[in-house]
Design a protein around this ligand. Sequence first.
Ligand SMILES: [Cu+2]
Length: 167
Amino acid sequence: MASRRMLLAVLVIVAAAAMPQSSMAANYTVGEGDGWKPDYNYTAWTYGKMFMVGDNLVFNYKQGAHNVMQVGGPDYKACNKSAVAINTFSSGSDVVPLDGQGKRWYICGFADHCNRGQKLVVNVMPASVSPASPPSSSSVSWNVLASYAYQIMVAAVAVTTAMIVTH
Ligand SMILES: [Cu+2]
């Protein structure tokens, strides 16, 4: 009986390890410790990050000194602060859900901040990337492979541990 329980525990661990990482929503703090401000390169900040549907962007700034306007592409490009925003956030600690795939554009509507770089564009990917149809980018498929290798290793360690414990 004890070994059956152990086997069940191992199965649970293996199932947990095999869950795709994309099922966990991530919070991205825009600009990390620097927060949301002018004279910052937010395009560089996005490098190497993969934004997925269900993730959140967190904008931190002094309330009343900045805001976050979600606008369309042309308004982003032109830093059009009088644009009719899709959404405006102004709490100073804004959690902005990425609830749809595709490009999203954000600017600060204060003074010349947008022209001074306080603007962000992110490309939101679908929530789940199916292993049956891996993304075409070789770097992404490599990440997926590395992730599988890690999961197999975790499962192997779990099984070995269970065998030692039950024998
Ligand atoms: Cu600003």
